[in-house]
Design a protein around this ligand. Structure first.
Ligand code: AOY
Length: 468
């Protein structure tokens, strides 16, 4: 029933309608259709390949086709098309000859690996019956694009830590996922939240932790801390903001605690409350925990630096080995408003210009992290490049639209080879099988390579991490 809430557990429905009719459109006696997935370009020059394993485990493992599902599909497609186009015979063959296991082979780039955009990322060999299953393969665009966008933010933050902090130890917690509510569904929050966790360890998107646990063997992929929201402050009344803040410090006397402080006047909150009435309570946290003050409005770069300057005045600061200012360890900031790949560099640069170390600040990101992306962000496409038609005749297949050379597709059987440090796609079956960087992850209903999240994170490490 959980699946049926708007969804299905019948794989034969997880497709674009037109694919249900495609088995009749290939040349006579086409037996195999060989296709590949690629990012043809887009916002980022490289992509972190991630998330295919989720799709495989969610839909393709074991005897996923049954007589009942075929019957159910036949009935619905009869209504949907107003005619009997569904390939009942073909799917019965899968049950009778293959026991419901899918005769599909998938070879892919190892999960977490960064590659240039244009090489292929995975190939699939479908028997003609299963071309309707290709739709879900393309949905790998989402985890891949979230992981890539998150990673490019990690590179920016790592650079500023490298320039202004003593070490990179804070990096895993520098970009916190605030995106659950802004995601399009619990499932997509889970997939996107998990994809962010390939690069970081801070999240409020519980669905992401569960998806990493269920699909990549990770007991706990992300962490969070006690944090206020405006309602837990404003319900005390404007005059009660001080008591609301005091309550946060007493309810959570040790460890990190985050308090959103811009409900009325963040300057007053920092000067007169955190740095005034409650100052001793804040200072007494030293060695026991950290108060994380959260602005949540105004121009981020301006507000962050002005807040740091006020707190520096009130609580003092030290200069680290790189000559940048760091607040006492019991005091930090988190900026969760207006954060994206485009904005976080500006904030860190403004801090650096004002001699504040990146150590002082963490970011939270929601919509930009999990939702403000689409299949065009990295121009992800899935195309056929080879087939076996007319009873065994092997043909290379391609498109080359006169109206858009950018949409030209790759030809023949493909392999991915490392030339130096660069991934290159070798076309038309000319690749050396021993050099193929694609690994067979799935065949005939069985998962042949089961990545752990630890392996994925290792594959996804940025250079600055490898050096340290
Ligand atoms: O503001 C928010 O909106 C969306 C969900 C999370 C959230 C804040 N959480 C948080 C966690 C750790 C430190 C600080 C804040």
């Amino acid at each position: 029933a959980a699946f049926l809430a708007g969804g299905t557990d019948n794989l034969l429905f997880v497709t674009d309608s037109y694919k249900v009719t495609h088995h009749r459109q290939y040349p006579p006696n086409t037996t195999k259709v060989y296709s590949y997935f690629e990012s043809r370009g887009g916002k980022f020059p490289n992509v972190c390949f991630f998330g295919l394993q989720y799709i495989i485990k969610r839909w393709l493992i074991g005897p996923v086709i049954t007589k009942d599902k075929i019957k159910e599909a036949k009935e619905l497609y009869k209504l949907h098309f107003g005619a009997d186009y569904f390939n009942e015979h073909g799917w019965n063959y899968i049950v009778e000859k293959h026991g419901g296991y899918l005769p599909i082979k998938i070879k892919a780039v190892p999960e977490g690996k960064m590659t240039e955009i244009t090489p292929i990322h995975f190939t699939t060999v479908n028997l003609i019956f299963s071309v309707l299953l290709q739709t879900i393969f393309v949905q790998v665009w989402y985890p891949m694009t979230v992981a890539t966008n998150s990673r490019y933010q990690k590179e920016i933050i790592a650079q500023y830590l490298n320039d202004t902090a003593d070490d990179l130890s804070g990096l895993p917690f520098k970009l916190h996922d605030f995106g659950f509510r802004g995601a399009s569904s619990v499932e997509s929050a889970g997939i996107g939240g998990m994809s962010h966790l390939v690069n970081f360890k801070g999240t409020d998107t519980i669905a992401g932790i569960l998806t990493a646990k269920n699909y990549y063997h990770c007991d706990i992929a992300g962490f969070s801390i006690p944090a206020a929201e405006h309602s837990t402050i404003t319900t005390w009344g404007r005059e009660g903001e001080i008591e609301a803040f005091r309550n946060m410090l007493t309810q959570f006397p040790t460890g990190l605690v985050a308090v959103v402080s811009d409900s009325y006047n963040i300057w007053n909150a920092c000067e007169e409350v955190w740095g005034g009435v409650l100052k001793d309570l804040v200072v007494s946290r030293d060695g026991k925990g950290t108060l994380v003050i959260r602005p949540d409005s105004g121009d981020p770069a301006t507000v962050v630096v002005k807040t740091l300057n006020i707190l520096g005045e009130k609580f003092g600061f030290k200069k680290n080995r790189k000559g940048f200012k760091v607040l006492p360890s019991y005091l930090r900031l988190i900026q969760g408003d207006g954060i994206s790949y485009e904005s976080l560099g500006k904030i860190l640069e403004h801090m650096k210009e004002n001699e504040w170390s990146a150590d002082n600040l963490a970011f939270g990101s929601g919509g930009a992290l999990l939702q403000r992306l689409d299949r065009d962000t990295q121009k992800c496409a899935f195309k056929c490049s080879f087939a076996v038609v007319n009873d065994g005749n092997e043909v290379n297949v391609f498109k080359e639209p006169i109206t858009d050379v950018g949409k030209k597709s790759k030809k023949g059987r493909l392999s991915l080879e490392l030339q130096g440090t660069e991934y290159v796609t070798v076309q038309e079956g000319k690749g050396d099988p021993n050099k193929d960087q694609l690994i067979t992850v799935y065949e005939n209903g069985h998962l042949l390579k089961d990545f752990t999240f630890e392996e994925v994170r290792k594959n996804a490490e940025i250079d600055l991490e490898k050096q340290n």
